[in-house]
Each structure stands twice: as structure tokens, then as C-alpha cells.
Write a protein that binds this ligand. Structure first.
Ligand code: ASP
Length: 444
């Protein structure tokens, strides 16, 4: 037995992140002005960039992201099947779906309205010169009708292979419902699924222990290559997006949570730290989903029957942070190009950005593809995106943390209103923390 107090996971992730950023900056300085630097260590020629940046950092970071993603499909499918088949009546499902989707859409609409308002107030685009050589080739954004058709899978195995979240959700819900109606056979299967769910959650816990290292590698690679110089020239745009992200992620969420569920926002934010840090360092709500799920069920006290539905749905359709970037970016681009948008145009922006988030998954940089859709809708040049691309990486990280927090907040509200919420877990400061300290000795 040792009396030495172990650092909590959040502290370890923060240390990994800060160390990664510091190491990234050192490498950036070392490599400044040259493609690679050859070091002579113990008589060997070692190329610094190839060995560390493209070697260790890249490999470590990619393995971390891949292992998170590895858990997403099995986790969503298994826990959603468990969740649906444990719902007492099928009408609860319709109510649950309606409530969740409505909350996701309303919070996104609030976020983008706030963003447009702030951008109009501060005018980040005034005085910014349009570079004539700016180019941006957007990926094709899906048509809205196709978005709805695409929700229904024709081949669930294909949906799983491609990680198409909405299709997986539809299949899992139907499968879970059928299981609930299948008497003894359904019950036997339900106990298998429940065991599977426990094992997958254990895998999430194991993986979270490695997060400080994964985050270190991700940050070290990113900050070696990140061009921070562009931020100065776009300081106003960057500042407005960041400010609105913070206001929405802290103030709006605290008010909405308090008003609609009566829960204490301070406790909520304290418990969300790990998930938000994961979102920040991976820039992907999808990859963060296992951690969000663990946080929502084990730390915040939402029952699995609700969280298994609200979290994956949120990671796919709820992107408040992304909507904020789109709102500010639209006003910014309109100002740079000298286009006056009308009130109808702004309403169109709110509507398109809110609906666009339904059809696109939460992965890094997807916000820019959605932005192309929004700009086209109001007749603004899509090339405008080239102006803001330079500072998008850091904003992507921050808005993903907001997206993830929004998913958890709505899960709490829905859980509370459906009576599927454990207040003692929410109030317990240490809930869900002990399991993070996995004793790897057992595995030897
Ligand atoms: N990276 C964001 C997410 O995964 C989406 C985006 O804004 O690009 O939530």
C-alpha cells in the first residue's frame, strides 16, 4: 500500500496536453526554415522530423484515434439495443425521440442566432482584404432529401462498416424493439447484449487510461505543424468565434440545464472535463463518443436506456459549436465580399445550418463542408472559406468540445424528464472516477 495520492485522469490528460503543446512548439522552432534536421546521435544520422513528428507523434496519435473509433460502432449498437429493449412501452420511444431531436435543433438554432448577432455587432470582416489567389474546393454536400432517405439502411452491415451513425441507430432501435416483443428468445438475447455492453464499457475505461499519452502525441504533432501566424491577421474572426463558443458552452448551457432540469450546472461542468478535453484534442465528437457515453451514464447519472439513444444521436446531429462557426463565418465572408444579407437570408442561414448538421457526422473539419452548403444557400461565394481555413483547426478543436458538452447536457435534460436519472450519481463527486484507475496488474 502506498500513501502517494494518484493524480486524477483529468489532471493527467491536461499534463499530456500541455507537454504535447510545449514539445510541438520546440520542434516547430527546431525545424523552422528547413524541411528536416539531421542530428548526429551516437554516430547515427537521425532525421528529426521523420523520426519524431512523422514517426512517433504521428503513429501514437493515429493509434489513439483509431482505438477510440474502434469502439464507437460496437458501443452504439450494443448499448442502444440494450436501451431500447429495456424501455417499458414503445410510445416512450416516440416521445424520447421527439424530445431529443427538438432539443438538439433548438439549441443549435440558439447557438447560430447568437453567433450571427455577435458577428453583426463586431463586424469581423470589415477591413479584411480578399486574397485573389484564395481557393477552396468543397466536398459535395448531400442534398436535403437524400439526407432523410439515407437515415434508413438497406444493409445494416454496410452501415456498420462505414460507421453511418444514423443508420446504425435506426437498425439498433428496430432490433431492440423486436427483441422486446420476442418473449423468451428476446430475454435470452437481452442478457447477452447486457454482458456485451459491460465488456465494451470496460474497454472504454481501459482506453481512457491511455488518453494522456494519446493526447500528448496528437498535440505534439499538431503544434509542430500548426501555422499560428494566420491567427493574427484573422484575430477578429477568431476572437468572435471563440467568444461565442465560450458564452454558449458555459452561459447558455448553464441556463438551459438549470431551467429545463433544475440540475446544478457547476457539477455538470466539473464532470464534463474529461469528455470536453477528449473532444478538444481529437476534434471529433464521433471519436469522443465512448467517453461521452461513459461520462453521461457513470458520472452524470443518466440511465443507459436514455443515454444510449441521446449520445450517439447528438454526436451526429447536434453541433452547436459548428453552427456558431458557420454563423460568424457567413457574416464575415459577406462583409469581406461586400454583400449585404437580408433578414430572410439570415433566417435561411439559421435553418440551413441547423438542418445541415443532421446529415453530417461529427468528424474533424466537417463544419467547413456544411459551411459550403450554407454559403451556397444565400448566394455567397464558397471560395470565401479559403479565407478562414488557416485558423480553422484550433476553432474545430474548441467547437468539438462545445458539441460534446451539448450532447451531454441534452442527455441530462431528457434523462431527468423521463425519470431515467440517478440524482445520487450526479451529486456524488467521485461517481465514475474509481473505475478509471484500472489496475493493469490483473491483466498480466
Ligand atoms: N469536428 C466537429 C465535431 O466532430 C465538427 C466540425 O465542426 O467540423 O463535432
Amino acid at each position: 500500500m502506498t500513501n502517494k495520492k494518484k493524480l486524477g485522469l483529468t489532471a493527467r490528460i491536461v499534463i499530456g496536453m500541455v507537454a504535447g503543446i510545449a514539445v510541438g512548439f520546440v520542434f516547430k522552432l527546431l525545424l523552422a526554415g528547413q524541411d528536416d534536421r539531421i542530428l548526429h546521435i551516437l554516430g547515427m544520422d537521425i532525421a528529426l522530423k521523420a523520426l519524431f513528428v512523422d514517426g512517433f507523434f504521428h503513429i501514437g496519435g493515429e493509434i489513439f484515434i483509431a482505438s477510440l473509433k474502434m469502439l464507437v460502432v460496437p458501443l452504439v449498437f450494443v448499448s442502444l439495443v440494450c436501451g431500447t429493449c429495456s424501455l417499458s412501452d414503445t410510445s416512450a420511444l416516440g416521445r424520447l425521440g421527439g424530445k431529443t431531436i427538438a432539443l438538439y435543433l433548438v439549441t443549435t438554432a440558439i447557438a447560430i442566432s447568437l453567433a450571427i448577432f455577435a458577428a453583426l455587432l463586431i463586424s469581423p470582416g470589415d477591413g479584411v482584404q480578399m486574397q485573389s489567389d484564395a481557393t477552396f474546393n468543397p466536398n459535395e454536400a448531400p442534398a436535403l432529401s437524400q439526407v432523410f432517405i439515407n437515415i434508413f439502411p438497406s444493409n445494416p452491415i454496410d452501415s456498420m462498416a462505414k460507421g453511418n451513425m444514423l443508420q446504425i441507430i435506426v437498425f439498433a432501435v428496430l432490433f431492440g424493439l423486436a427483441m422486446a416483443m420476442s418473449g423468451k428468445a428476446g430475454e435470452r438475447l437481452a442478457s447477452v447484449f447486457s454482458d456485451l455492453s459491460d465488456v465494451i464499457m470496460k474497454l472504454v475505461t481501459l482506453l481512457m487510461n491511455l488518453a494522456p499519452y494519446g493526447v500528448f502525441f496528437l498535440m505534439a504533432k499538431l503544434f509542430t505543424t500548426l501555422g499560428l501566424e494566420t491567427i493574427a491577421s484573422l484575430a477578429k474572426y477568431f476572437g468572435v468565434v471563440m467568444a461565442v463558443l465560450l458564452i454558449h458552452g458555459v452561459v447558455s448551457y448553464a441556463i438551459i440545464l438549470k431551467l429545463l432540469s433544475g440540475l446544478n450546472p457547476m457539477i455538470f461542468f466539473r464532470k464534463m472535463q474529461d469528455a470536453a478535453l477528449f473532444g478538444f484534442s481529437t476534434s471529433s465528437s464521433n471519436a469522443t463518443m465512448p467517453v461521452t457515453m461513459e461520462t453521461v451514464t457513470k458520472k452524470l447519472g443518466v440511465k443507459n436506456s436514455i443515454a444510449s439513444f441521446t449520445v450517439p444521436l447528438g454526436a451526429t446531429i447536434n453541433m452547436d459549436g459548428t453552427a456558431i462557426m458557420q454563423g460568424v463565418a457567413t457574416v464575415f465572408i459577406a462583409q469581406v465580399f461586400g454583400v449585404d444579407l437580408t433578414l430572410t437570408d439570415y433566417l435561411m442561414v439559421v435553418l440551413t445550418a441547423t438542418l445541415a448538421s443532421v446529415g453530417t457526422a461529427g468528424v474533424p473539419g466537417v463544419g467547413l463542408i456544411m459551411l459550403a452548403m450554407v454559403l451556397q444557400q444565400v448566394g455567397l461565394p464558397v471560395e470565401g472559406i479559403a479565407l478562414i481555413i488557416g485558423v480553422d483547426r484550433l476553432l474545430d478543436m474548441t467547437r468539438t468540445a462545445v458539441n460534446v458538452t451539448g450532447d451531454a447536457m441534452v442527455s441530462c435534460i431528457v434523462g431527468k424528464s423521463e425519470g431515467a436519472f440517478d440524482q445520487t450519481v450526479f451529486d456524488d463527486e467521485n461517481a465514475g472516477c474509481k473505475e478509471e484507475d484500472v489496475d493493469f496488474h490483473h491483466l498480466r
